[in-house]
Design a protein around this ligand. Structure first.
Ligand SMILES: [Ca+2]
Ligand SMILES: [Ca+2]
Ligand SMILES: [Ca+2]
Ligand SMILES: [Ca+2]
Length: 423
């Protein structure tokens, strides 16, 4: 397949949001088209130990209008060494999205249309703001409970009125993934290497793994007749478990596996495939960050066998890989790789490691079906500009004007450590 350049649909000037923002997506005003919220983290903390709070939130529509701003951009803000506690989700269940965030040591629920505070709560602990996980722990018709954590030790589960349901101490990993494995209407919580029941009881722990879980994915990887989900954990190695905690395979052909991402990238092998990223040589030897490290993407089949591994000739070791679905009319998913370094711009790869589309700007990436068209667009952004790309031209007009877009779980579970589920 020949490599094509993605079609540039729009650019948006985001300089008024300040530096080092993370981009969130969601339909803030219910008009059938998503908006952008830029999230700036606070500075003055060491995010190896102390989690970020939010310094400033700035909402833009896709025509580049600034809709609202809460907080003030700070030139001395922090950076992406850990997550920023903010999500877009209809957390009060009224059919419109809110923005949930932690600012000034309070958990805030902001009206998506205006940024005004609808509700605010005390935190359950002074460092309970490493990230926000929205879950259904209490069994209502939709997820309205919240899990908060500190950097490396404690989880707090809270109901919709922020009453403490339970607390868990352990090694919760970067971003716990919640999923209702047993179908009782309440989410279990994969917190690092522990699977917790919805009431916080530990069901099982993954064994013989070092360090911490960088990324967790859930999906029916092996395509068994009952369609049972497996759990794939990317940490020091990449391991797959069944939902009862039995280890199915482990891929140790990597030096330091980082992100993994499930997808149907190939139609010539059964089940799902696991895309991943190996840090072959870190570029921060001696505590100093350099670009001289080296990473490489890899792809595993549903049994954990390596299908290929990239032999990278450029320098760069901080690549992020994500699954991109519904980019074009084809039946297969693609691997979106960005933050590659070494002059390599964000690129979309197929399951044979062919580049199928390239993006002619560098930066961080986000992706979503912005207008409910059934296709996803890719947004690449830096400190000044968001560039929106599609596989073909589009005016980005809502497919169903006035009908609020549902907020996909992937978008309300935004994290630097992209976990996910494949359904
Ligand atoms: Ca909208
Ligand atoms: Ca709402
Ligand atoms: Ca359950
Ligand atoms: Ca399965």
């Amino acid at each position: 397949m020949a490599q094509a350049e993605a079609v540039l649909l729009k650019t948006i000037d985001i300089r008024r949001a300040g530096l080092r923002n993370k981009l969130l997506l969601g339909d803030l005003d219910g008009d059938g088209r998503m908006e952008i919220v830029m999230v700036q983290p606070d500075g003055g903390i060491d995010d190896r130990y102390v989690p970020h709070q939010v310094q400033c939130l700035t909402a833009f529509d896709l025509d580049g209008r600034l809709l609202w701003q809460v907080g003030t951009p700070d030139p001395d803000c922090g950076g992406p060494g850990s997550d920023y506690p903010a999500q877009i989700y209809d957390i009060d269940g009224d059919g419109r999205n809110e923005v949930a965030c932690v600012m000034n040591k309070r958990f805030l629920v902001l009206d998506g249309r205006t940024g005004e505070t609808k509700r605010s709560f005390d935190l359950p602990g002074p460092h309970a703001h490493d990230c926000i996980v929205i879950a259904n722990l209490t069994g209502g018709p939709q997820a309205r409970d919240v899990i908060l954590k500190d950097r490396y030790r404690t989880l707090w589960a809270l109901d919709r009125d922020f009453r403490l349901l339970w607390k868990h101490e352990g090694n919760p990993g970067h971003y716990p993934w919640v999923y209702d494995f047993d179908g009782d209407g309440r989410d279990e919580v994969m917190a690092g290497y522990d699977l917790l029941d919805h009431d916080g009881t530990k069901l099982w722990s993954a064994r013989d793994l070092d360090d911490h879980a960088d990324c967790i994915w859930v999906g029916d990887v092996d395509g068994d007749p009952r369609g049972e989900e497996e759990i794939v954990i990317g940490g020091s190695v990449t391991v797959m478990y069944d939902r009862r905690g039995r280890e199915l395979w482990r891929y140790d052909g990597s030096i330091e596996s980082q992100h993994v991402a499930l997808g149907k990238f190939r139609d010539d092998v059964p089940g799902l495939q696991v895309a991943g990223l190996d840090r072959i040589r870190r570029g921060d030897t001696g505590g100093r960050w350099t670009e001289s490290g080296k990473d490489g993407m890899f792809l595993l089949d549903s049994q954990g066998r390596e299908l290929w591994k990239e032999d990278r000739r450029t320098s760069g070791w901080l690549t992020i890989v994500e699954t991109l679905r519904h980019w074009d009319d084809g039946p297969l998913d693609y691997i979106l790789a960005y933050r590659r370094g070494g002059g390599v711009y964000p690129t979309l790869y197929d399951g044979h490691m062919n580049a199928v589309a390239s993006f002619p700007v560098d930066g961080y990436a986000a992706h979503a079906d912005l207008i409910g068209s059934g296709r996803e667009q890719v947004l690449i952004y830096d400190a000044s500009t968001v560039s929106i790309f599609g596989s073909r031209a589009s005016e980005l007009i809502p497919a169903r004007p006035g009908v609020p877009l549902p907020q996909p779980k992937r978008l309300y579970s935004s994290t630097l450590y992209p976990g996910g589920e494949y359904r």
